[in-house]
Design a binder for this molecule. Sequence first.
Ligand code: ADP
Ligand code: ASP
Ligand code: MG
Length: 412
Amino acid sequence: MAIIVQKFGGTSLANAQKIRSAAKRVIKTVENGYGVVVVASARGKQTDRLIADALELNPNPPKREMDQLISTGEQQSVSLFAMALDAMGYDAISFTGGQIRMITDGAFTRAQIKSIDAKRIHSQLESGKIVIVAGFQGIDEQENITTLGRGGSDTTAVALAAALEAEQCEIYTDVDGIYTTDPRIFEDAVKMDQICYDEMLEMASLGASVMHIRAVGFGKRYNVKIHVRNSANENVGTIITSEESEMEGVVVTGATVQKDMAKIGLVGVDNVPGNAAKVFAHLAKAKVVVNDIIQTEISDEKANLSFMIGISDLDAAKQAVDEIRGEVNCEGVFIRDDIAEVSVVGVGMRTHYGVAEKMFGALAQARVNIDSITTSEIRISCAVDEDQATDALKAVCLAFDLDKPAQERTKG
Ligand code: ADP
Ligand code: ASP
Ligand code: MG
């Protein structure tokens, strides 16, 4: 039996009417002859509420207990979804991550999937049931409940689609698909028909929250066809595939803005082998995720080292830097907690020139100062003041015609 995985995000399950309408969509797919595995997120803002409850009692809750708590949002959704299907006359069964042996490592609140036992799901599908799986959660080898990081239900869905060899993984959300940039920030953003894994990986890692980055990683590794679409209409959404767009002249396919960032600079570190290794080993030990590392030699004796982090990691990063700065003979530490990153992404950049110049020109015209610049083969990122982030994104989108369909773009 061909299988389709259908994942419904929080807004698509916010109330009884929305759960019913999601259930009807599932039934339609079942009636078309597919085995359907539903992956459900917590309803509406339930995860945020649970986190707020935790923080009211303890500003620094043990991460194990946090996962034990926030995984309950998904558990509510799956049972309600199964009940809705039952009320419509369809046989459904819901499972938690643990019940389908979604085994993860033990990194609470940001666990990584190690294995999935597809047998239990297959046997339920074969007995004619619709299977509903709680997104975002798994268990570690010691049977502790773990979660995959905010937005992680996408990853559950794509990982399941890979494990079940599903024909397609449909991600139902509150927008029509992947846009050139977040349509809630730049309302003239354009929906794409398709985007390749590499571009989507970059966009997700740079703040396009529409897809969880590790979901895209699984998609790429196991070649899962991912279809991102709106749960509120029948429109065709965006397909994430391995095919790169062959449209000549389209160099930049999307833009992103990532707020809630911080930057730490270590000024005047001793310019000797091993110092960068020491600093980043220490940050890794503190479980701080680091991006956009820039190191520059400023003299024979000294170098400057800076990197970006999410603001939620700032306290841990500051502490780690304070502990290690003496060892690397650092003269000063410079911290910015009011920074955002605006980026452009496109596989076409590999073979075209002039993209950086156009981006910097657009920012200059919008009177946005660039704090630092980092690039990869298929992206350019500029750190800017957080309060100029939205203006910066809009200026960049207009410069690259991201308000027009790809075939109408003239400016490269
Ligand atoms: P869900 O609860 O369905 O998982 P999310 O809030 O995680 O939904 O993702 C959908 C949101 O992602 C949209 O409402 C949109 O604001 C945001 N988003 C950010 N970047 C993009 C983009 N490039 N294309 C589409 N949506 C985007
Ligand atoms: N409920 C989780 C969150 O809000 C996971 C998800 O929605 O994908 O982050
Ligand atoms: Mg999401």
